[in-house]
Design a protein around this ligand. Structure first.
Ligand SMILES: Cc1cc2nc3c(=O)[nH]c(=O)nc-3n(C[C@H](O)[C@H](O)[C@H](O)COP(=O)(O)OP(=O)(O)OC[C@H]3O[C@@H](n4cnc5c(N)ncnc54)[C@H](O)[C@@H]3O)c2cc1C
Length: 335
């Protein structure tokens, strides 16, 4: 196996996040020589965290490398790639690396692949898996060009775990490039309450049915909002929405106020990974066929026994009124 570099940026507290440890697990499983390349303001906690993996540790540290910024991140990553001499570079697909590493691949005359879901050895060479056409087809890819930079999607592999110990690392002196960008802070895109929780055990998907006229001929949006929020607070589930529901919000209709396009799952939304999913009042093909692609165990609540996508894609369909079901679920969770 060719030498592998794992690129990891330290989080605000100096440690590595779960996606970085997933990338390390992927690299170690390949069985070759592994180097970890750290970037951050102070990287000692991150180095200690991975010391017992046995990997060589290189680092670019200092205040200019604390924040996500293309010019400084690309300079640090380029220096780490060159110093390690790695043929294969594995990095977590964070927004920070996704922005910087394609440019680094260009500078090194290599290639980059994004959204890889796994890496292994096939016919004696490294090969990655990746989904195409909005998660409908899975491909196995190899490349002859080196270095090959692979951005690994978070949540696909078990993170590496090992006891922290005091680490010695090799610092690389990298002059921070001149930069026009000063990072003043991070503003998360969310409508109000935090409802997107990638690490939650359950994904709760709300469809447009929550805002439609119900059996009494009236809409009950305020109650829908209350039921869903109560459930999310009690269960700590993550919230997904169908396109119809999140689009209604954009048109200024009376809808669930805490729901934004960031919650949308499906072909033109996200494809999150959670062990379980519960879809409510949702009929569409895209949320069921694509949005749920990587959900382990799927259940749906729909008034319509003939809802083809719920029937086709859920393991269990409850033909029931979601208002009544969630009222009862919340009562049980409160008890
Ligand atoms: C190019 C393209 C891309 C698209 N991308 C996406 C995408 O990424 N994500 C996405 O979601 N959609 C996407 N769509 C839209 C998609 O085709 C559907 O129109 C949309 O998903 C429908 O949303 P829905 O199921 O929430 O609403 P509806 O189709 O209106 O279904 C509402 C459901 O709620 C049920 N219901 C109503 N009241 C209750 C109740 N009290 N209890 C239980 N059930 C109830 C009804 O029986 C019905 O099945 C895309 C469309 C196109 C053309």
């Amino acid at each position: 196996m060719e030498p592998v570099l794992v690129l990891a940026h330290a989080e605000a507290d100096g440690t590595l996040g779960k996606p970085a440890l997933e990338a390390l697990a992927a690299a170690l499983a390949l069985g070759g020589e592994v180097t970890v390349g750290l970037v951050g303001s102070s990287v000692q906690p991150a180095a200690d965290q991975v010391a017992s993996s046995g990997a060589r540790i290189l680092a670019v540290a200092g205040e200019p490398f604390a924040v996500a910024r293309y010019s400084t991140d690309a300079a640090a990553a380029e220096a780490l790639c060159r110093a390690s001499g790695a043929a294969v570079v594995i990095a977590p697909g964070t927004s920070r690396w996704s922005r910087a590493l394609p440019g680094v691949a260009y500078r090194l005359g290599g290639r980059v692949d994004t959204h890889a879901t796994g890496i292994g050895i096939r016919n004696d060479v490294p090969a990655i898996t990746r989904w195409f056409y909005r998660q409908r087809m899975e491909a196995l890819l190899t490349r002859s060009q080196r270095p090959w930079i692979v951005l690994l999607d978070a949540g696909c592999l078990r993170p590496w775990t090992g006891a922290p110990k005091s680490a010695n690392f090799e610092p690389l002196a990298v002059a921070a490039p001149e930069t026009r960008t000063a990072v003043s802070g991070v503003e998360a895109a969310q409508a109000g309450e935090q409802t997107i929780r990638p690490d939650a055990k359950l994904l709760f998907v709300a469809g447009a049915g929550w805002t439609k006229k119900q059996a009494d001929g009236a809409t009950h949006t305020a109650e829908a909002e209350q039921l869903i929020l109560d459930f999310l607070r009690r269960s700590q589930a993550s919230l997904g929405g169908s396109k119809s529901l999140v689009d209604l919000g954009g048109e200024g209709e009376a809808v669930l106020g805490f729901m934004s396009h960031m919650n949308q799952v499906g072909q033109t939304g996200s494809t999150p990974r959670h062990p379980k999913g519960l879809s409510t009042c949702c009929h569409g093909e895209e949320p069921h066929a694509v949005g749920w692609r990587f959900i382990g165990e799927r259940r749906a609540v729909n008034l319509d026994a003939n809802c083809g996508w719920a029937r086709g894609k859920a393991d269990v369909v409850y033909v029931a009124d979601a208002f009544a079901v969630m009222r009862e679920v919340n009562r049980l969770l409160a008890g």
